[in-house]
Ligand binder design. Structure first.
Ligand SMILES: Nc1ncnc2c1ncn2[C@@H]1O[C@H](COP(=O)(O)OP(=O)(O)OP(=O)(O)O)[C@@H](O)[C@H]1O
Ligand SMILES: [Mg+2]
Length: 252
């Protein structure tokens, strides 16, 4: 049984195909990079895996997660999967967090913590914040996201994403809203977390240079299609599609 196997996946909005017949697979604990120009369908694929596409999206083909078919699954079934099996780190941490709710309360929501369980939950939250390299996790508990820098917010989002110990994390351009310097830190942190915790990852980025640091293999998308896929080192040393060469040249 494979870990994640996507076969002939097509997604359309009112007859317009935005993802066309793509196939790829991911082994447990591996990182797959997805690159391609804006609008090529990267986030659409990510949302399909997580079951968070709008109702208007028509999904065809197959997404198998550890043998279970996700296409056509009910919202209730997806709820059981989200967070605890598959979770996501979005592009903009400001929209992922409620700006006026304390960090600890946003974790309680994820854990479903009741009033009496809060003391115990705080210990766990501190554990995950520490994992995400937050240096003063105790004082972070009572902070509001609006008091934090972009990099700090993204660290909190990452701590939330790992807090139910998922096996797969989908990071959709997790650094694009951050300053260049913070970007590298966040990439390093995701990579080292992955090494320590052993989750698999789908890492989406415009920037192939970022994927060279994170991904074991890469798929290149254009206009909803996969134009090339391969192991990271091979793809860089021997790109076949002209579009891949363009992306590599742009990343230098
Ligand atoms: N709810 C929607 N209704 C109609 N079309 C949509 C909807 N959401 C996305 N699309 C279209 O689907 C295509 C793929 O969008 P998607 O967000 O997956 O691109 P992307 O590769 O993630 O781009 P970016 O790099 O800018 O994030 C785009 O043409 C977009 O306009
Ligand atoms: Mg996107």
């Amino acid at each position: 049984m494979g870990f994640l196997e996507i076969k002939d996946l097509s997604i359309s909005y009112s007859q317009t195909a935005v993802v066309r017949n793509i196939s790829f697979s991911l082994d447990e604990g591996e990182t797959l990079g997805i690159a391609g120009e804006s609008g090529c369908g990267k986030s659409t694929v990510a949302k399909a895996i997580l079951g968070i596409l709008p109702e208007s999206a028509k999904v065809e083909g197959s997404i198998k997660y550890r043998g279970k078919e996700l296409v056509g699954m009910t919202e209730k079934e997806f709820e059981r999967l989200r967070g605890s099996e598959i979770s996501m780190v979005f592009q903009d941490p400001s929209t992922a967090l409620n700006p006026v709710r304390k960090i600890k309360h946003q974790f309680y929501d994820i854990f479903g913590t009741n009033r009496r369980g809060r003391k115990a939950a705080d210990g766990e939250i501190i554990h995950f914040l520490t994992h995400a390299h937050i240096t003063d996790p105790k004082s972070m508990l009572d902070s509001y996201p609006s008091q934090l820098s972009g990099g700090m917010k993204q660290r909190v989002v990452i701590a939330m994403a790992i807090s139910k110990e998922p096996r797969l994390i989908i990071a959709d351009e997790p650094t694009s809203a951050l300053d260049a310097e913070i970007r590298l830190q966040i990439i390093d942190e995701l990579v080292s977390l992955k090494e320590r915790l052993g989750f698999g990852m789908i890492y989406i980025s415009h920037n192939l240079a970022e994927l060279s640091k994170t991904a074991d293999s890469i798929i290149i998308m254009k206009s909803g299609m996969v134009v090339e896929q391969g192991k990271t080192a091979e793809l860089f040393s021997n790109p076949r599609a002209p579009y891949t060469r363009e992306l590599i040249a742009a990343a230098k």
